[in-house]
Design a protein. Structure first.
Length: 266
């Protein structure tokens, strides 16, 4: 949450990818909670829009760093008011487990973290919101969280971005402006039609105050710790091998090479 030493927005995604490989080889399940101060993360579909490079250039002129993520979902702006949660877990051995169950796990975690606010957290796509999906999380009809997934052979990652502090409307307006440029004005381009009044933050919706990001992250950690035992934590810690900085930066290079707006588009 508080490590601002990494300027590359793909750093946390690369770390997730490596921790997921570790979980698939017998390592522990991990909850990775992180923030990035100023990044605009595009989905694969966004990177293929007719004028994606124009949209990317416009963002960079506004001071945003940009990247294309390899998990599902569409464009999201990240800043210090957005809390990102990655649940990294080995594949279930239970037959018939559906990926919706993984999304449900994230929904339950976030709902429990917000229970003390007394606000009802709903799930279901919110019309006009950016990064739309069946597991949009909302309060009073305003989206504050989106959930995406990345699966490997033996483990998977469920990622959530939670708009905790600041203005949801301003973030939605930024995404809408990006799509206006990245679509090249083509009405047949495939992208979410974003409305400014679709999104709000937990600061606005649940009265968490200006320190909403820290308060929400603390609540998430409290929920997770409530289901742990000292012996279980010790066993998990003993089996956890953190990737080296060299491994993380190698993975960043791999991700950027595979998932980006190509030279021909720029």
């Amino acid at each position: 949450m508080e490590d601002g030493s990494q300027s590359d927005p793909l750093y946390p995604f690369a770390l997730d990818e490596l921790l997921c490989r570790s979980a698939g080889r017998g390592g522990p399940a991990v909850c990775h909670i992180w923030r990035h101060p100023n990044a605009f993360i595009m989905g694969l579909r966004d990177s293929r829009l007719p004028a994606a490079s124009d949209g990317q250039l416009w963002l960079e002129e506004q001071g945003w760093t940009t990247a294309v993520r390899h998990s599902g979902g569409a464009a999201v702006p990240l800043d210090s008011g957005v809390v990102n949660i990655s649940l990294i877990m080995p594949n279930s051995e239970e037959p018939g487990v559906h990926f919706h169950g993984d999304f449900e796990r994230m929904y339950q975690l976030i709902s429990l973290a917000l229970r003390r606010t007394g606000r009802q957290v709903d799930k279901g796509e919110i019309a006009g919101a950016y990064c739309p999906g069946d597991y949009d999380l909302s309060i009073d009809g305003y989206k504050f969280c989106g959930i995406a997934q990345r699966r490997q052979s033996h483990a998977y990652i469920v990622q959530a971005f939670v708009v905790a502090a600041g203005s949801g409307r301003e973030r939605a307006a930024l995404v809408r402006s990006f799509y206006e440029r990245a679509s090249g004005g083509r009405s047949d381009a495939d992208y979410p039609r974003v409305e400014d009044d679709s999104t709000a933050s937990l600061e606005e919706l649940a009265e968490l105050g200006p320190d909403a990001a820290a308060s929400f992250a603390t609540a998430v950690k409290s929920v997770i710790r409530s289901g742990q035992t000292a012996d279980g934590v010790a066993r998990a810690a003993a089996s956890l091998t953190m990737p080296t900085e060299e491994q993380v930066h190698e993975m960043i290079s791999t991700l950027r090479g595979r998932y980006s707006i190509g030279p021909a588009d720029r």
